[in-house]
Design a protein around this ligand. Structure first.
Ligand SMILES: [Zn+2]
Length: 203
């Protein structure tokens, strides 16, 4: 905890005075983020850092392997779906980004099995991405299979987003645009999913 407190002290000394006005305005007027990002819990893939975002700019939901489950309004505890509902229906974000990334441990668990120490939830959660695994298994090399699967997981999440009626409705009438992206940890480069279904370097 000491390193967190040290970080908090740096924030109070430098970050807070610098951004005090921004925080005060956000407290006064409430948040109006234009973009919701679905990202992975991975500590190396922070949407705020990658998009150099200010407080109030991004609504972020993070889970293992940036997965969106299919629309299933039942009595189970749907953390990701609740965040989507809040961002889309209440805050009315205009953009929704699914951000995949390289060296994703969740995708590794999907391809090679979850670690035995994580047997309660991870494997079942990752089963959402089974279609991505099937596609990726066509690759010969382990590296290519991993990266293809990470990209296919983004496509699975985007397809599942369209099963939410209030998302499909807003996409149809132009109020909401969906985007797919993949971040390379080693090089810091971002790829964007184009209309043809290919991931291309962001300009
Ligand atoms: Zn990940």
């Amino acid at each position: 905890m000491d390193d967190l407190i040290a970080g908090y002290r740096r924030f109070r000394a430098a970050g807070w005075p610098e951004r005090r006005q921004v925080f005060e305005n956000l407290a006064e007027e409430g948040q109006r983020p234009k973009t919701l990002v679905v990202a992975c819990v991975d500590s190396r893939v922070d949407p705020g850092v990658i998009f150099d975002a200010a407080p109030g700019q991004l609504l972020t939901v993070r889970n293992v392997a940036n997965l969106v489950p299919p629309y299933a309004p039942d009595m189970a505890y749907h953390g990701t779906s609740a965040a989507l509902e809040f961002g889309v229906c209440v805050l009315e974000v205009a953009h929704l980004v699914v951000l995949g990334h390289g060296q994703c441990g969740g995708v590794g668990a999907l391809l090679r099995g979850a670690p035995s120490s994580a047997s309660d939830f991870v494997a079942n959660w990752m089963s959402i991405a089974e279609p991505a695994r099937v596609t990726a298994m066509r690759c010969e090399s382990v590296e290519a299979r991993q990266q293809l699967c990470e990209c296919e997981v983004v496509k699975v999440s985007l397809a599942n987003l369209m099963t939410f009626p209030w998302i499909a409705e807003r996409v149809a009438d132009g109020r909401l645009t969906l985007h797919g992206a993949w971040f390379a940890i080693r090089t810091g480069e971002l790829m964007l999913l184009d209309a043809a279904g290919d991931f291309m370097a962001a300009a």
